[in-house]
Design a protein around this ligand. Structure first.
Ligand code: ADP
Ligand code: MG
Length: 370
């Protein structure tokens, strides 16, 4: 087998429930050893795709290959797959030890080997000494570690996790996330992790696949997806954006009359466009435009927007300054490090100048409705 075919190849999978298309021609390659996050809003088809990979659901069309072998018709039991759900789904009447041992007993692994392997797993998930407890005697985070140990006990090639930390509180989630990353690297599995939480996906995954309406919008490293969102959906979904309606013309996009290079549209005919600006990619200084700046702007040198401050909201390390541009009724949010905002000491109603450091422009897509 060549290295390229190692891993999972999903080819042109479609799946409908009645008239509803849950997956629409999805193709995806997950190379051996990758930790990949499926990220998307509720109902975008993440769980359906994961269940099809697990062999718990059947596609209407398309194939799945594992290491070059077509496994589309194999049931979950015949696939080397471990599965972790959001709700631990532990056997309540069984001890932690027996929960972890379950898949090994089903496969008739000898008792001595079971004891050795379960003890090794208890150590790996840092639950030594808790083997005889019942799941009800554990915290949520501990239970989810038992679920993980149970899933990897059978030494699956592929670990599938469906919002596994969704029911836990924020602090435990962050801990388990880092711990899962280490575990994945130690064991060298291929892992696919479903989440609707952007931060979780970005912190954990080698690659992120953004899904929407049963389709893949974009696949890339966390940096690629965040810095170069391929579609307006990805831009919106990653959140925290200012959206404006502007226009494009002759290689430039115009935002409140400020020209921004946009070589993708070289045509002379002006066209409406959506301009996206992230709040932390805007610069803000106190002041108003002087006549000389207005002149410079006409010659295309200075590119800032006059606005006044509507609100100042502190949120941890970030302070958000909400402004209203003088030439419009829209609101524009600027995020500054709290320290920088404190030293600026702005007040509501003050005039400010805002300069975009980075913008993204999308031409209208008739299929896309905001
Ligand atoms: P996600 O995990 O991204 O929230 P799902 O894959 O669970 O999305 O679901 C995608 C869509 O398919 C949803 O609208 C859901 O209601 C529908 N769906 C999923 N499973 C079934 C099913 N067994 N029967 C009918 N509709 C389903
Ligand atoms: Mg789901």
């Amino acid at each position: 087998m060549n290295e390229q075919s190692r891993g999972i190849h999903i080819r042109d999978i479609s799946k409908s429930f009645g008239a509803f298309k849950a997956l629409d021609h999805v193709s995806l390659e997950v190379p051996q050893g990758t930790l990949l996050a499926l990220l998307g809003p509720s109902g975008s088809g993440k769980t359906t795709l994961l269940r099809i990979i697990a062999g718990l659901e059947w596609p209407d069309a398309g194939t799945i290959e594992e290491d070059g072998t077509n496994i589309t018709d194999r049931h979950a039991r015949q696939r080397e797959v471990g599965f972790v759900f959001q709700h631990y789904a532990l056997f309540r009447h069984m001890s932690v030890f027996e929960n972890i041992a379950f898949g090994l007993r089903v496969r008739a692994v000898p008792q001595r080997e079971i004891v050795a392997r379960v003890n090794e797993l208890l150590h790996l998930v840092r639950l030594e000494g808790l083997g005889q407890r019942k799941p009800s005697q554990l915290s949520g985070g501990q239970r989810q570690r038992v679920a993980l140990a149970r899933a990897i006990a059978i030494r699956p090639k592929i670990l599938l996790l469906d919002e596994p930390f969704g029911a836990l509180d924020a602090k435990v989630r962050v801990e388990l996330r880092q711990w899962l990353r280490r575990l994945h690297d130690e064991i060298g599995m291929t892992s696919i992790f479903v989440t609707h939480d952007q931060e979780e996906a970005f912190e954990l995954a080698d690659e992120v696949v953004v899904m929407n309406h049963g389709k893949i919008e974009q696949r890339g490293t966390p940096d690629e997806v965040f810095d170069q969102p391929a579609t307006p959906f990805v831009m919106d979904f990653l959140g925290n954006v200012n959206l404006f309606h502007g226009r494009v013309e002759k290689g430039q996009a115009f935002w409140h009359g400020i020209p921004i290079a946009y070589p993708d549209y070289p045509h002379a005919e002006a066209k409406a466009a959506r301009v996206y600006l992230r709040p932390h990619e805007l610069e803000l200084v106190r002041g108003t435009k002087s006549a000389s700046i207005e002149n410079k702007e006409q010659s295309g040198q200075e590119q800032s927007l006059s606005a006044h401050v509507l609100r100042i909201t502190r949120n941890g390390a970030i302070t958000r300054i909400s402004c209203r541009p003088h030439d419009s009724e829209s609101e524009l949010h600027v995020d500054l490090p709290a320290e920088a905002a404190r030293s600026l000491a702005l007040e509501t109603g003050e005039n400010v100048l805002i300069t975009p450091r980075n913008v993204r422009v999308f031409l209208p897509d008739p299929e896309y409705v905001i």
